[in-house]
Design a protein around this ligand. Sequence first.
Ligand SMILES: [Zn+2]
Length: 456
Amino acid sequence: MTQYFSLPRSLPMIARSVSSLISLSISLVLSLVLSQEARAQKLPPPPQATVVAKAIDPSPVDYRAKALKILKQTPLIDGHNDLPWQLRKRSKGELNKLDLTGDTAKLDPPMQTDLSRLREGRVGAQFWSVYVPASLTPPQAVQATIEQIDVVKRMVERFPKQLGLALTARDVVRLHRQGKVASLIGMEGGYSIGHSLAVLRQMYALGARYMTITHSKTTPWADSATDAPQHGGLNDFGEAVIQEMNRLGMIVDLSHVSADTMRDTLRISEAPVLFSHSGAGGVCPHPRNVPSDILNQVKENGGVIMVIFLTGYLDCARFEWWAALSGEKARLKVLYPHRPAAVEEGMTTWRNTHPAPQVGLMKVIEHIDYIRDRIGAAHIGLGGDFDGMGPGPVGLEDVSKYPDLVAKLLQRGYSAEEVKGIVGENTLRVLRGVEETAKRLRSKPADERPPLHWIE
Ligand SMILES: [Zn+2]
């Protein structure tokens, strides 16, 4: 216990005892009040209140051992990693020029993914995002998406001992048993299909197993969370895309879409959906997070929200900081037109006087807790967004840190079954559900409507 004041040696012993007693009582009352407050706010109890529990719980080392055991039995499936985009940006897709067997944290700027850190993080399966920017025209987007699928396939071919291409839930389980990272392909942004159901079908044939319905921009058939709505969710063509995805066996990914697009999709989808990298809007109402009034529909659908690690979505203080930073940048650009050095200098001063609020691993747990409390742990997964975001939360800086997150969940009282669900079983359930739906719908003929720009 911390001694806040000292007594002169000359005072009798009794005075010391009285002071200790008073100090002890104050601490007890304080910790009681704090823990009641924490319960009311559904926050983790403050450290003062956990002293007794820690004394009887196994040490953190045991939680880590337990976490590693779970990750051996159950593939940890991450919903979103932008390594293919890093390859495109940094080496124009040439694997020779970016050594994934080395430590990519040493690159400038540092990366969050490489083969040894994937192993250290016990990643069992990864949805590699074949993201392409929303600014591309439809034909450019289709070409870039195919090139990104090609990057993933070349990566898998180049490292056959570490990676294996996964097209089904069965593949994920088999490759994990072989000690490889099951590599799934996820398209990010509906424009990847050039507004054409024929392209959608051929992307499936090339191996794409999810499509995020939009990225940052609204498409001609679906509203994005971060752009002006045009359709009130999905329009007729958008609904046809969802139905064709159900028929093919491609997972519908609802990260990035507007709340109305989520509602429309959850109303019509015959298969369970994923949110490949999103947080809980109830913890931070960022437009990219899942609003709380959608959660019951997610539960009914059997879907899974794969919780993102992007600090600005996890913590609204960080989001506010980012907004203020963007505002300052805009201000400086007006003050110093065509003087990038002056803008940069001004930004350095601003950053020094406005440090970013720190976001740690516990913030990810807060989002997980929130979803669990509302619809249950069966609807939670993990979707880090590594190499598609800035620095990760403290304690979850790169793909090697998943076991620490799993250990923390166990330490906080999540059962082994719940944790197995969160790390991978829930997402496997979605994958299997999507496969079963496709099997059921197989006899339905393909939707032959022409590409959207032909109709208009
Ligand atoms: Zn994204």
